[in-house]
Design a protein around this ligand. Structure first.
Ligand code: 3H9
Length: 703
C-alpha cells in the first residue's frame, strides 16, 4: 500500500484513507494509491462495503494544482473514479472539511455520501480557469438539480452539508466523527442488502426548463464574466451531460478541459493562486520570528477609512477603540458604521445579534489615553505629513511598550513619520483600500527600521481580518499608487489629445479593468490625487500635460462623484455616470493650448499606453526592491485595483504579451508621443533584450 492511500478492515467493512498533506490534494501518488487499493478490495469477497475518508483537517481539497499544465501522469482521474464507481459493493464517502474540485468529484463517484455537519462541497474550478475535469460536469447534475449544479460550478461557492443534503448530494449529515458515522451508515446498507448506486446510471435532474436555463446562464456570463473562456466551456460540458450519454459527455468534458488547461486564462489564475500564498513568505525572515499578540486595536480617525478599518477588526471579534478630535466626527463615524452593518442585516448576510455584537466591540473616544491598552494603533486621517507626525508623537506618548503603530497613508514617507517616535522599530504602514471593510488588499509597508516581528504581525493581522497582505518598502505611493501614477497620466494624456473620458474608460473596461481609471478618480475624489501631486510637485520634473485634467477639474470643484461632477456628470438617476460635453470641450481646448498634437488614440493604443506605462513602473519597483517579487505586484493589482484576475496581474500579463513586444512599443511611443515620459525601465529593457520574462527573473532571484 502507498503512503498516500491505505485501508483497514473491520469485519466486512473496509475503510480507505487518503493521506496527502496538507489538504489531501490529488496527485499521481493518490490516484495510483486509490487504483491499487480499490483493485485489491474488489478481489476481497468478504468486504461488503467500503468507506472512503481522509486524514487530517479536510477531505480532498482538489486536484493538485501543481500537476496542471504538465500532463497528468497515469492513472488518470477517469480511470480511478470509474474504478471506485464500478465497485461491486457500496462505496460511501465520509466527508469532513472542504470537498473541493476533485474532492467533490471523488465523492460523487462514490455511491453514497455521509458528511460531517461542518463539511462543505464546492467546485471552484472556474476560479482556476478550468472546469471540473474528473467527471464533475457529468456527475453533479445527476445528483442535484441542474440549476443547483450550474450555480455551484459557476459561482464556485461551496454548499454547506445541510444544503448539500437538501439538494440531494449528501445522504446523511453527521454531528459526530464522520468516518465512524459512515461506517455505521455502511453497516445499515449491508444489513438492508443495498447495493451500489452508481451516479452515472442516473438521469440528469431538473431538465424541465433546460433551454431557458442555459440561455439565462449564457446571458449571465456575458454580463459578469466578460472575456472569459472557461465559463462558456463549462456550459458546453454541462449541456453535453443533458444531451448525451454519460461516456460521450465525459469525452466532451475531457476535450474542453485539455484546451482550457493550456490557455492563458488558466495559467494566469493558477499563477495568482500561488502568488497569493507566496506573499506570506518574506525572504530573509526566519521562521523563528513570531507575531506579537493582537487582542485590542486602536484607530485614529473616524472618517470613511477609520470606520471601515474598525469594522474589519470588529468583524474578526477584536475590540476596537476609535478616536477622533470632535464628538460630532465620532458620532458621524459611528452612525456610518451602524448603517453599514444595517445594510448587511437587511440583505440577510448578517444576523441582528451579530450586528449588535460587532457594534458593541467598537468604543468611540476623544481621549488619546484610551488607546494605551491597544496592541496595534492605526492612524487613518487625512493625507498630510504634519498632521500625521503630530498624531504619531501623541501615540508615542500613550501607547504601551511593544504596541505597533501603523499608518494608513497611501503615499507619504513613513520613515519620516517614524522619526517623531522613540520606537521606529514598531512603526509600519498598513494601507487599507476603500471601502476598507470590503476591499481584499492590505499593503504592508516595511520601513527602514521596522522590526521583523512587526512585519510578521502585520501579515498575521491580514490573515485574521481575512485580507491579502502584501509587503512593500517605502517610496512614494508604495506598489499600488506608485504604479497608478503613470497609468493615470497616460489616461489623462489621451483625453488631452482628443479622446473622451468615456472612450478611455470603455477601452480599459472592455479589456477587463473593473472600472476605467477616470471613473475611478471620480469615485475616489479627483482632489485627493491632485493635492498629493501638488504637495510633491517640486520633487519631479514633469511634462506640462502631467495630470493637467485633474488639476483643472479640482480647481473648478468638479472633484468627482461627491460633487456630482468630475470627468463625468452624476446627476442622472442613481448617480450613474453620464458624458459631460463641457468637460470634454474644456480638456480638448487645454490640450490644444498646451500644444499637444490632437488625434484620437484608438482603443488598442489607449490600453497599451495605460498598461505598458504601469508595467514599466512595476519593473522600476522590482529594481528598487520596493516590491519583493513580480507576483506580489500582481496580487496588489488584482486584489486592490480591479485588475482582471484572468489576466494574472500586470506583470504576468506583460509576460504573456512578451517583454520584447512591450519594450519595442515603449521605444515607439518614445519617438511618436513623448520622449521624456517614455523611458524604458532598465530591468524591463534587460529582460526584453535577453528574451526573458518577469516570471523567469523571479525564479532566478528566489534561487
Ligand atoms: C480541481 O480539483 C480540478 C479537478 O476538476 C480535476 C481536474 C482533472 N493543489 O490555502 P492554504 C496548498 S482544481 C495543490 O494556505 P487554508 C497551498 O498551496 C482544484 N496545493 O490553506 C498551501 O501550500 P503552502 C480545486 C494546494 O487552510 C497549502 O496547501 N480546488 C491545493 O487557508 C495550504 O493552503 C481548489 O481550488 C491544491 N488544490 O485553505 C481549492 N490547495 O503551504 C484550492 C491548497 O506550500 N485550495 N494547496 O503555501 C483552497 O481553496 C484552500 O487551500 C483550502 C485550505 C480551502 C483547501
Amino acid at each position: 500500500m502507498s503512503d498516500a492511500v491505505s485501508y483497514t478492515t473491520s469485519g466486512d467493512i473496509a475503510v480507505v484513507t487518503i493521506d496527502s498533506p496538507p489538504v489531501n490534494a490529488v496527485n499521481q501518488a493518490v490516484r495510483a494509491g486509490l487504483k491499487q487499493v480499490f483493485t485489491e478490495l474488489e478481489g476481497q469477497t468478504r468486504i461488503k462495503a467500503i468507506v472512503l475518508g481522509c486524514a487530517g483537517k479536510t477531505f480532498v481539497a482538489g486536484a493538485d494544482i501543481k500537476e496542471f499544465g504538465t500532463g497528468i501522469a497515469a492513472p488518470g482521474y477517469h480511470e480511478v473514479l470509474r474504478l471506485i464507481e464500478d465497485s461491486p459493493v457500496p462505496v460511501i464517502a465520509a466527508v469532513h472539511g472542504t470537498a473541493l474540485g476533485a474532492g467533490t468529484e471523488i465523492a460523487s463517484s462514490c455511491h453514497y455520501r455521509v458528511a460531517h455537519e461542518g463539511a462543505r462541497f464546492g467546485l471552484p474550478e472556474l476560479s482556476l480557469g478550468i472546469i471540473p475535469g474528473a467527471g464533475g460536469t457529468q456527475r453533479l447534475p445527476r445528483l442535484v438539480p441542474l440549476d443547483v449544479a450550474l450555480d455551484m460550478m459557476l459561482s464556485g461557492k461551496p454548499l454547506p452539508a445541510a444544503k448539500a443534503m437538501e439538494a440531494g448530494l449528501v445522504d446523511c449529515v453527521a454531528s459526530s466523527e464522520v468516518v465512524a458515522a459512515a461506517v455505521a451508515f455502511a453497516k445499515e446498507l449491508v444489513a438492508k442488502g443495498a447495493g451500489p448506486r452508481r451516479t452515472r446510471e442516473q438521469a440528469v435532474k431538473g431538465v424541465e426548463q433546460v433551454v431557458e436555463l442555459f440561455a439565462a446562464k449564457r446571458a449571465q456570463i456575458a454580463k459578469t464574466m466578460r472575456n472569459r473562456q472557461s465559463p462558456l466551456a463549462l456550459l458546453d460540458a454541462v449541456q453535453a451531460a443533458v444531451e448525451k450519454p454519460f461516456d460521450q459527455g465525459l469525452q466532451v468534458e475531457s476535450a474542453l478541459s485539455a484546451q482550457l488547461e493550456q490557455a492563458t486564462e488558466s495559467r494566469a489564475l493558477r499563477h495568482l493562486f500561488y502568488a497569493e500564498r507566496e506573499v506570506r513568505k518574506i525572504p530573509g525572515l526566519s521562521a523563528d520570528v513570531k507575531p506579537r499578540a493582537i487582542t485590542r486595536v486602536g484607530i485614529v480617525g473616524a472618517g470613511t477609512m477609520g470606520g471601515g478599518i474598525s469594522m474589519c477588526f470588529a468583524n474578526a471579534g477584536i475590540p476596537v477603540t476609535i478616536l477622533d478630535t470632535a464628538q460630532a466626527n465620532l458620532d458621524r463615524g459611528m452612525a456610518t458604521i451602524g448603517k453599514n452593518y444595517e445594510r448587511s442585516v437587511s440583505r440577510g448576510s448578517l444576523k441582528p445579534e451579530q450586528r449588535d455584537q460587532r457594534l458593541g466591540l467598537i468604543t468611540p473616544t476623544l481621549d488619546y489615553a484610551a488607546l494605551g491598552t491597544a496592541d496595534v494603533i492605526i492612524e487613518a486621517v487625512f493625507e498630510n505629513m504634519a498632521l500625521k507626525k503630530d498624531i504619531f508623537a501623541k501615540l508615542d506618548a500613550v501607547a504601551k511598550p511593544g504596541a505597533i503603530l501603523g499608518t494608513n497613508t497611501s503615499t507619504l514617507d513613513i520613515d519620516e513619520i517614524a522619526t517623531v517616535t522613540k520606537r521606529p522599530q514598531d512603526v509600519i504602514g498598513l494601507h487599507f483600500f476603500s471601502p476598507a471593510n470590503v476591499m481584499q488588499l492590505l499593503e504592508i509597508v516595511q520601513c527602514s527600521k521596522t522590526a521583523a516581528d512587526v512585519v510578521v504581525t502585520a501579515l498575521e493581522i491580514a490573515k485574521t481580518i481575512k485580507k491579502t497582505g502584501v509587503v512593500a518598502k517605502v517610496c512614494y505611493g508604495f506598489i499600488g499608487n506608485r504604479m497608478m501614477d503613470p497609468y493615470g497620466r497616460e489616461a489623462e494624456h489621451c483625453v488631452l489629445e482628443g479622446a473622451t473620458p468615456e472612450e478611455v474608460d470603455s477601452a480599459l473596461e472592455s479589456w477587463g479593468m473593473a472600472m476605467g481609471i477616470l471613473a475611478v478618480y471620480d469615485m475616489a475624489g479627483i482632489d485627493i490625487g491632485h493635492l498629493t501631486r501638488v504637495a510633491r510637485a517640486h520633487l519631479l520634473p514633469r511634462d506640462p500635460g502631467f495630470y493637467r485634467p485633474s488639476a483643472m477639474l479640482t480647481e473648478r470643484g468638479w472633484i468627482g462623484q461627491k460633487a456630482g461632477r468630475g470627468y463625468y456628470r452624476y446627476d442622472g438617476a442613481g448617480g450613474k455616470r453620464a458624458v459631460d460635453p463641457e468637460v470634454i470641450a474644456m480638456l480638448h481646448e487645454e490640450g490644444q493650448r498646451l500644444g499637444i498634437p490632437q488625434r484620437k488614440p484608438g482603443r488598442d493604443e489607449i490600453v497599451e499606453r495605460c498598461l505598458y506605462s504601469m508595467i514599466n513602473e512595476g519593473a522600476l519597483l522590482l529594481e528598487e526592491g520596493i516590491a519583493l517579487r513580480a507576483s506580489d505586484i500582481d496580487v496588489v493589482y488584482t486584489a486592490g485595483y480591479g485588475f482582471p484576475r484572468y489576466r494574472g496581474g500586470p506583470m504576468f500579463y506583460a509576460d504573456t504579451v512578451g517583454l520584447k513586444v512591450i519594450y519595442d512599443k515603449i521605444m515607439e511611443f518614445q519617438k511618436t508621443l513623448d520622449p521624456q515620459h517614455w523611458q524604458p525601465a532598465p530591468l524591463l529593457k534587460k529582460l526584453a533584450l535577453a528574451g526573458s520574462s518577469f516570471g523567469q527573473y523571479q525564479a532566478e532571484q528566489s534561487r
